[in-house]
Design a protein around this ligand. Structure first.
Ligand SMILES: Nc1ncnc2c1ncn2[C@@H]1O[C@H](COP(=O)(O)OP(=O)(O)OP(=O)(O)O)[C@@H](O)[C@H]1O
Length: 246
């Protein structure tokens, strides 16, 4: 088993994945992600973006191919070790916010920190700080049922960033937000990641979102098609092209 390059925090080789019902999702994807890099995984619906993020994060067991995190093989880990890895080193944002209904916004945000052993007081302070950054600081005592979907998603993003994970996996993180809010939340997310040296793997089918990343890995039908280097977005342009070609 050949070890990955030292400077890649995440590295995958020839990843294949087929769901139990026979749906093929990944057909041999290889990629490396450097420390602190923000990588967009782009592609149309059903191209395998979510499956790739789930395999890289250890959420789905890899049966064919390899996944390495910081030179440690993830594909040979048992379920418990992968769970611990996800808890201690990774963050995850879903396209729809999944919050604990019994906990208020700051308690939800503080939860991953407390699960890692941070004291309640420190976790609360960190949670309140991140909720402020995501512009939902004044809603910190509200429960998920008292928040709008877009506000819940901001809480979910604060919760993912609060423990400063080594790698943040973000699956269409701004899907529930209005277009006007999207850019602002994405900028908060990418700025926070760059400030704290968090590596981000961001699944998106939106060219404007992909344009905020350092690099794009394009998927089509479970295979990499091209890596598109997007030009920086200027205020006047507001968007950048992201094309897929086989
Ligand atoms: N839980 C599942 N069970 C069976 N097949 C699945 C499952 N999840 C995804 N698939 C299939 O795997 C393929 C890749 O899906 P995946 O969700 O990874 O793509 P995606 O690019 O993230 O799509 P989307 O943008 O719609 O989320 C698709 O054909 C999809 O139907």
């Amino acid at each position: 088993m050949e070890a990955p390059p030292d400077n890649d925090v995440l590295w995958a080789r020839s990843l294949h994945f087929t769901y139990d019902d026979g749906s093929p999702a990944l057909g041999g994807v290889s990629l490396g992600v450097r420390e602190g890099e923000i990588v967009a995984v782009s592609g149309p619906r059903g191209s395998g973006k979510t499956t790739l993020l789930r395999c890289l994060s250890g959420l789905l067991p890899v049966r064919r191919g390899e996944v390495w995190f910081n030179s440690t093989p993830v594909h040979t880990m048992g379920a418990l070790t992968r769970e611990r890895l996800r808890r201690d080193r990774f963050g995850w944002i879903d396209p729809a916010p999944l919050l604990v209904p019994e906990l208020n916004a700051w308690e939800n945000t503080a939860l991953p920190l407390m699960l890692r052993g941070t004291s309640r007081r420190r976790a609360k302070n960190a949670a309140l700080e991140w909720l402020e950054r995501l512009d939902v600081g004044e809603l910190s005592r509200r429960h998920p049922r008292e928040l709008r979907q877009a506000e819940r998603q901001r809480v979910a993003i604060a919760r993912a960033l609060a423990p400063a994970p080594t790698v943040l996996f973000a699956d269409e993180p701004t899907a529930p937000l209005h277009r006007a809010d999207r850019a602002q939340v994405l900028r908060t997310l990418t700025t926070a990641a760059r400030t704290h040296g968090i590596t981000v793997v961001l699944a998106t089918h939106d060219a404007e979102t992909a344009a905020l990343a350092d690099r794009t890995v394009a998927l089509l039908d479970g295979r990499r098609v091209t890596t598109v280097h997007l030009p920086p977005v200027t205020e006047s342009e507001g968007r950048a092209a992201c094309s897929l070609s086989v």
